[in-house]
Design a protein around this ligand. Structure first.
Ligand SMILES: Nc1ncnc2c1ncn2[C@@H]1O[C@H](COP(=O)(O)OP(=O)(O)O)[C@@H](O)[C@H]1O
Ligand SMILES: [Mg+2]
Length: 500
């Protein structure tokens, strides 16, 4: 057994435990993973935060659950969840793409270490652990006792762009394994559970989940020097919506066919409103006051200033954009309710189910924001702004640019929302403009970093939003079509990387 595996009994001082022979292979492998947030940064240290054998020592294959702290030269420190398979080398051909490395010395000498989620036997074992609640070292597995989980469904990994890793079991359930983890309940467990108990059926209800409970200590925190007493959410099992299609793909198909999408956008507005209403009834809400409005505006202004330094194309619009945030601060937040929201809503976070209704998924919020920020109540308009930007992205990914399509969808979405809540989001133009501007600034930074060919998409919105006097109900005006016809994800993500 490696130092890492034998560290199971040493959770009280995890920060001091080295990764032993696994360290060099993980240092090489981690930066290549799609979900690794520290790309381009030099890793200075890997720290073992927790290690648990999920199968009896000596089993073939073995399954090693690790929480690994990654310290980078720029001072950032993140914690990642790894599920490593261990088998005598060489791996069977079917598992070869999952290989991480071969241990040359130590207790795993002669063994191949690989991405455990790529091994159906290990994926099945993880589901077994979720079916039978209990603790394994610091890992605690829980389930809803009333929700059935089939005994032996065939697992398959979900392909496609992802921030995390998901496994589909027999087309009946999907397990999301969080990769970058923090102390504190992940909103992707917290909010769907709250929605389920409020009777909202727009969101698949978690049926099982697992967490890590690590001891608090001066240096034991997964992020480095912080204390951690709150559990870290590691995975959530939900019903799989078989035969569903995500809203982004559906919207692009409609655009390609020259077809209308307003009925769907309207229904999506209603679904979003239902989710917002259920969240507001299930979880605490606050009324924004001058201090909160000023804090929100200051955060947006700071993000703008940082982005202008990085993206010079924004410079001519900075004053106009800042005007949107100044207006938010000047509004003094009067009467605006803040509540728990989705936090990263766009067409790619919606699923149209086989029966034609809409479901919302992925309540993690923007993974780049600190967890405490993501769990703070905010005006629901933030989600609406995200969706309005997404219609714009879809329309601009089509050639020729379809401005009328976007305008109609944006209006239909707001009308659907108003139909359910009784209030049209466009009646809060100051708030809506501020959130749309903040989102467009975020997009501009993303596109300039990763897909400069797409910078024109947020820039078109930036030009519109920078206009000082903007009538409340005005929708975006046309701008030149994009140079390419490839469809971007509505919520920009880095290009996909190959597994191991
Ligand atoms: N309950 C579900 N039913 C069907 N497909 C799902 C479900 N949950 C997620 N998916 C699929 O998995 C993809 C990624 O899920 P998501 O929760 O957004 O993960 P990530 O945080 O990695 O973006 C979705 O775009 C969707 O295609
Ligand atoms: Mg997602």
């Amino acid at each position: 057994m490696s130092e890492a595996a034998s560290a199971r009994s040493r959770h009280s001082s995890p920060a001091a435990v080295p990764l032993g022979p696994l360290e060099p292979m993980l240092r090489a492998w981690l930066p290549r993973q799609r979900w690794f947030a520290g790309k381009g940064r030099a890793i200075t240290r890997l720290r073992l935060v927790s290690a648990v054998e999920l199968l009896p020592p000596g089993s073939t294959p073995g399954l090693l659950h690790l929480l690994v702290g990654v310290d980078c030269a720029d001072g950032t420190a993140d914690c990642y969840q790894l599920l490593l398979g261990v088998r005598p080398a060489p791996l069977p051909p079917g598992l070869a793409p999952a290989l991480i490395g071969r241990a040359e010395h130590g207790p795993y000498a002669g063994h191949a270490v690989y991405e455990g989620l790529g091994d159906p036997r290990l994926a099945a074992l993880l589901l077994e652990r979720l079916r039978a609640p209990g603790s394994h070292g610091p890992l605690r597995f829980d389930r809803d006792p009333d929700a059935p989980i089939p005994a032996d469904p065939a697992p398959r990994p979900l392909s496609g762009e992802q921030t995390n890793s998901s496994l589909i079991y027999g087309d009946s359930h999907i397990l999301k394994v969080f990769r970058r983890v923090w102390p504190g309940t992940n909103p992707d467990l917290e909010l769907p559970r709250a929605l389920a108990s409020a009777g909202c059926t727009r969101v698949p209800a978690p049926v099982a989940w697992y967490e890590a409970e690590l001891p608090a200590g001066p240096s034991g925190g997964p992020g480095g020097g912080r204390r951690t007493a709150e559990p870290l959410t590691l995975g959530v099992l939900q019903p799989y919506l078989r035969g569903s299609e995500d809203g982004w793909q559906l919207a692009l198909r409609r655009l390609a066919a020259g077809a209308d999408f307003t009925a769907e956008a309207h229904a999506l507005g209603r679904a979003t409103a239902e989710v917002h209403s259920a969240l507001a009834s299930a979880l605490p809400t606050v009324a924004l006051g001058p201090a909160q409005a000023a804090r929100l505006a200051a955060g947006m202004t700071a993000r703008l200033a940082a982005t202008v330094r990085e993206v010079p194309a924004l410079q001519p619009f900075e004053a106009g954009l800042r005007g949107a945030f100044d207006a938010l601060a000047a509004s003094r937040g009067t009467g605006v309710p803040a509540q728990r929201i989705h936090g990263d809503l766009h067409l790619g976070q919606t699923l149209r189910t086989a029966d034609g209704s809409w479901a919302l998924i992925d309540f993690e919020g923007e993974p780049a924001r600190p967890l405490a920020d993501r769990r703070r109540p905010e005006p629901a308009v933030r989600d609406i702004a995200g969706m309005l930007r997404s219609f714009d992205y879809a329309a601009r990914s089509h050639r020729p640019f379809a401005p009328a399509w976007a305008d109609a969808c944006r209006a239909a979405f707001c009308e659907g929302y108003a139909r359910t809540t009784g209030r049209d989001p466009r009646e809060d133009p100051v708030l809506l403009r501020a959130y749309e501007t903040d989102k467009a600034v975020y997009e501009a930074r993303y596109e300039s970093r990763h897909r400069p060919d797409w910078l024109h998409v947020p820039m078109a919105a930036i030009r519109r939003l920078a206009e000082r006097e903007r009538p409340a109900r005005r929708m975006p005006h046309p701008s030149p079509p994009p140079p390419g016809s490839a469809a971007p994800h509505p919520h920009p993500k880095p290009p996909r990387r190959p597994l191991a």
